[in-house]
Design a protein around this ligand. Structure first.
Ligand SMILES: [Zn+2]
Length: 431
């Protein structure tokens, strides 16, 4: 048994619905861990006697649950910061050529290791990740995640209408997906997501097949993109002129349900948001990506009105940072441009328990509740001279907000997976 003593903060429930009761803060707290699971979490004074036999490690900083990145593309990481385009031309010019390289398993292995170490360095312990069309790209990511004991959900991309060199077909897409599910089911903390890239790159037959896969495997997610960019939406409307909207296309193929995660959802009608809420589907809000590609401003207040589940995605390589702290700072600004104010405690909830809920893993991670896996991060509000001055003597609300506006990987003192401090494996990571 091991215990960590320090300032602890978690936000298991959405403060929007649950109010201030949702916030659990222990200025001098104790997090007790046994066999990788949280045994207890509360004030040190209340727990110290009960767990007197635990080996206690004192941590300087703010302990929060490990971050959950609800949408990110590992094969795009080296194309981050590619200049000049909006979605469709950015894909063609920068992204599709980069993804072709993942036919080479050695390349996939190298990038997967680098990517996962970068996630850990930024405090992210769970993620829903796009691979490429190549099944080997999933094997590479899952092997590296297994080695690190991370909670990663991913899947082979289905794209039978993709560009030359990145195209599968309906039978091979299905066979590769089923083989990957069989190969990785129940191993480590991995999960599978049926992953049609988006409507423009799949035929109706393939979308129908993806719906059949989702129905046939009750333990997998469905992960795709929705209503990101006006040009993309126009393309989809042209192909399905009788659909009510973009979401309706996914719906007619059985792809809208409680295990569905849709990245972006920037341009959504009330009908579509209402349908998502009714189906229990989740959104990955990706502010840095939406700003970078000029896609538009996600309307969090509208999603809230319909009670749609929301998590936070970095969406690297269109996103501009793997830092969830930085991404929350940009989420705040996007909400400001929509006339709303994102509370820092709620932002932390969306990036931890909220994202876990979207991914269907909220019983496992995201809140530091007893029985959950002890994935956590130590935040340093003195990481830079300016942060230190801004946070000195400030109340928790202000320190947490300053970390989101001024913080990034520099503010991550350490990342723990199931109670063990993460060590980084790849050459590109920390030593
Ligand atoms: Zn994406």
């Amino acid at each position: 048994m091991k215990a960590f003593r320090g300032e602890i903060l978690s936000v298991p429930d959405d403060p929007l619905a649950a109010g201030p009761e949702a916030i659990r803060h222990y200025e001098d707290g104790l997090l007790v861990v046994e066999d990788g699971l949280v045994l207890a979490c509360g004030p040190f004074a209340a727990l110290a006697e009960r767990f007197a036999e635990a080996e206690v490690e004192q941590l300087q900083g703010l302990i929060v649950p490990g971050f959950v990145d609800a949408h990110v593309h590992y094969p795009q990481i080296l194309r981050i910061a590619s200049h000049g385009e909006q979605l469709m031309t950015w894909l063609e010019r920068h992204i599709f050529p980069a993804e072709e390289a993942f036919a080479d398993r050695a390349h996939a292995d190298e990038i997967a290791a680098f990517f996962l170490d970068e996630l850990l360095r930024h405090g992210t312990t769970s993620a829903l990740v796009f691979a490429t069309v190549h099944p080997g790209s999933v094997d590479a990511l899952f092997e590296a995640a297994l080695q690190r004991d991370m909670r990663i959900v991913s899947g082979k991309v289905l794209m039978d209408r993709g560009p030359e060199g990145l195209r599968d077909d309906v039978p091979s897409g299905r066979a590769d997906t089923e083989a990957l599910i069989a190969r990785w089911r129940g191993r480590g903390r991995l999960g599978y997501a049926v992953t049609p890239r988006f409507v423009p790159t799949s035929s109706s037959e393939q979308l129908a097949d993806a719906g059949a896969l989702l129905a046939a495997y009750p333990d997998v997610l469905m992960h795709t993109h929705l209503s990101e960019n006006p040009g993309e939406i126009e393309f989809v409307a042209g192909r399905y002129p009788d659909a009510a909207d973009y979401l309706d296309v996914y719906d007619r193929f059985g792809l809208v349900g409680p295990r569905s995660v849709f990245a972006h959802c920037v341009h959504m009608s009330d009908r579509a948001l209402g349908r998502m809420a009714e189906a229990g589907a989740g959104v990955a809000f990706c502010p840095t990506s939406n700003l970078f590609l000029g896609s538009g401003l996600f309307d969090l207040a509208a999603a809230d009105r319909h009670q749609v589940r929301v998590g936070i995605g970095t969406d690297v390589g269109a996103g501009t940072s793997l830092s969830i702290l930085h991404t929350l700072g940009e989420a705040y600004k996007v909400c400001q441009l929509r006339g709303a104010s994102l509370d820092p405690f709620r932002a932390l909830h969306l990036a931890t328990a909220g994202g876990a809920r979207v991914m269907g893993i909220s019983d496992k991670v995201g809140s530091l509740l007893p029985g959950q896996e002890a994935d956590f991060v130590l935040l340093d509000d003195k990481a830079t001279p300016l942060l230190a001055r801004r946070c000195a003597g400030a109340p928790l609300h202000d320190r947490l907000f300053a970390l989101q506006i001024l913080g990034d990987d520099r503010a991550i003192s350490g990342t723990w997976l199931r109670g063990r401090r993460a060590s980084l494996h790849s050459n590109g990571g920390l030593t």
